[in-house]
Design a protein around this ligand. Structure first.
Ligand code: SAH
Ligand code: SF4
Length: 397
C-alpha cells in the first residue's frame, strides 16, 4: 500500500445539530446547573435539583421525567417541556452463541438526515465480569488496514451524551439499574472499554467528559480501574488521558518495526514507535499495579515471527506492561489471515519467558461480527450535503 492510496486521516463530517429538545444525558453537573437556570430554577435550588437529577438519571436509569418522584410535579413538567433523558435508539440487537450481545444504535439530532448515523456497542459477559465495548466515533478517521471500522468512510465524533448513552442503553437492555432485577444484586456491566468504533483520542473532550460521568461514584459508578481506553497511538493525547481522565490505558501496537507499523496503520507515520513508547513511559499513574496493556493482533506471516516477539519485549523494557495477543478476526473482503494457533502459542511463550504476562484474547461474538475490529455500520441514506462532503473528502484523498 502506498501513501497516495491510503489517506493518513479522513476528514470528519461534523454535522451534529442538537435536537430541538436536547437530552440531559452526558452533561456535567455544572452544565446541568446552567440548564436549570435557563428554565427559571432559582439559584438556591439548582445544586439540590442537579443532585436529584443525577441520581434519577445515572443510578436509577429513569427514561422519563415522570419517574422522578422526588422532584415536584411542576418542575417535572417544566423539564419535560424543554429536555429529554434520551439515549441512542436501539435499532437491532444480535445475540451470539457465546452470549455476546451487539446493539446497533441510531443517533438522534435536530437534523433529520442525521437519523441515518449509527454506531455499534457490544456487551461481553464473562464469569467474573461483564465488559461493555463502547464506540467513540461513527466510523474512524484512521485507516488501519486490518480493521473493518477503518473501511467506513463517513466519520462523525460522538457527543459525550452519545458515549455515556451507550452504557445506559446496555443497562436498560440488561435490566441492570438499581432497583431492577439483577442476579445476586450484582451489576452486569462491570467494565467499560473504549474499544468499539473510532479512535477515542481523536474525540478527546467528549470521551473525557463521558468517562468522568461513567466513573462518577454518585452515578453509574464504574471505577477508573475498570475503564480502559484503547488508542492506536495519538501521542499528544496519551499523557492527557492519564492526567485528565485517569483510566487504564491500552495501546494498539501490533508491530515493533516502523516500516511494518506504517503499513498497518498510517498514524505511525505521524507518531512512530519510539515516540509512542516514550508517551507510555510518561503516562501518569502507570505502575506495576496499573500496567499499560499492549495489544498485538496476530497476522499470519506479517507480524508473528519469534524475532518480532523478542524485539517486542526488548522495546517494552522499563514500561509497566502486559501484552494482550488478539487472534485476527476476519471480516468480509480482508486480505489478512489469523496466525496459526501453534505460532500464537510460541509467540506467547517467548513473551512469557521474558517475564511478561501474555494472555491470548478469546475471540467473542465472531458469529455476529462483534469481535475486535469487526464493527462497521453503514449509513445508506446520504443527504445532498453529506454526498457533497464525501465528494470533497474523496478529492482530498
Ligand atoms: N481505535 C482504537 C480503539 C478501537 S479499535 C484502537 O485502535 O485502539 C479496537 C481494537 O481492535 C484495537 O486494538 C484494534 O487494533 C483491534 N482490531 C482492529 N481490527 C481487528 C481485527 N480484524 N482483528 C482483531 N483485532 C482487531
Ligand atoms: Fe480506527 Fe482503531 Fe480501527 Fe485503526 S484499529 S481503523 S484506529 S478503529
Amino acid at each position: 500500500m502506498t501513501a497516495a492510496l491510503v489517506p493518513l486521516e479522513k476528514t470528519p463530517v461534523e454535522t451534529w445539530v442538537p435536537p430541538a429538545k436536547p437530552s440531559l444525558v452526558g452533561l456535567s453537573r455544572a452544565e446541568l446547573v446552567g440548564q436549570l437556570g435557563s428554565i427559571g430554577v432559582v439559584p438556591a435550588q439548582r445544586k439540590m435539583r442537579v443532585q436529584q437529577l443525577w441520581h434519577w438519571i445515572y443510578v436509577r436509569g429513569a427514561q422519563d421525567f415522570d419517574e422522578m418522584t422526588s422532584i415536584s410535579k411542576e418542575l417535572r413538567a417544566e423539564l419535560d417541556r424543554h429536555f429529554t433523558v434520551a439515549r441512542p435508539e436501539v435499532v437491532a440487537e444480535q445475540v451470539s452463541s457465546d452470549g455476546t450481545r451487539k446493539w446497533l444504535l441510531r443517533l438522534s439530532s435536530g437534523d433529520s438526515i442525521e437519523k441515518a448515523h449509527e454506531v455499534e456497542c457490544v456487551y461481553i459477559p464473562e464469569t467474573d465480569r461483564g465488559t461493555l465495548c463502547v464506540s467513540s466515533q461513527v466510523g474512524c478517521t484512521l485507516n488501519c488496514s486490518f480493521c473493518h471500522t477503518g473501511t467506513q468512510r463517513l466519520v462523525r465524533n460522538l457527543t459525550a451524551g452519545e458515549i455515556v448513552g451507550q452504557v445506559m442503553v446496555a443497562r436498560d437492555r440488561l435490566g441492570d439499574w438499581m432497583d431492577r432485577e439483577t442476579p445476586n444484586g450484582s451489576r452486569l456491566v462491570t467494565n467499560v472499554v473504549m474499544r468499539g468504533m473510532g479512535e477515542p483520542l481523536y474525540n478527546f473532550d467528549a470521551v473525557r467528559d463521558a468517562l468522568l460521568i461513567v466513573a462518577d461514584g454518585d452515578g453509574i459508578g464504574i471505577s477508573r480501574r475498570r475503564i480502559t481506553l484503547s488508542t492506536s497511538g495519538v501521542v499528544p493525547n496519551i499523557v492527557r488521558t492519564g492526567a485528565e481522565i485517569g483510566v487504564m490505558l491500552a495501546i494498539s501496537l501490533h508491530a515493533v518495526r516502523d516500516e511494518l507499523r506504517n503499513e498497518l496503520g498510517p498514524l505511525n507515520r505521524k507518531y512512530p514507535v519510539q515516540h509512542l513508547l516514550q508517551a507510555c513511559r510518561d503516562y501518569p499513574g502507570a505502575s506495576n499495579a496499573k500496567r499499560i496493556t499492549f495489544e498485538y493482533v496476530m497476522l499470519k506471516g506479517v507480524n508473528d515471527s519469534l524475532d518480532d516477539a523478542k524485539l517486542l519485549v526488548k522495546l517494552l523494557k522499563g514500561i509497566p506492561a502486559k501484552i494482550n495477543l488478539i487472534p485476527f478476526n476476519p471480516w468480509p473482503g480482508t486480505a489478512y489471515e489469523c496466525s496459526d494457533w501453534d505460532q500464537i502459542e510460541k509467540f506467547s511463550e517467548t513473551i512469557f519467558n521474558a517475564g511478561y504476562s501474555s494472555p491470548v484474547r478469546t475471540p467473542r461474538g465472531r458469529d455476529i461480527l462483534a469481535a475486535c475490529g469487526q464493527l462497521k455500520s453503514e449509513t445508506e441514506k446520504l443527504s445532498a450535503r453529506e454526498r457533497q462532503a464525501l465528494r470533497a473528502m474523496a478529492m482530498t484523498d
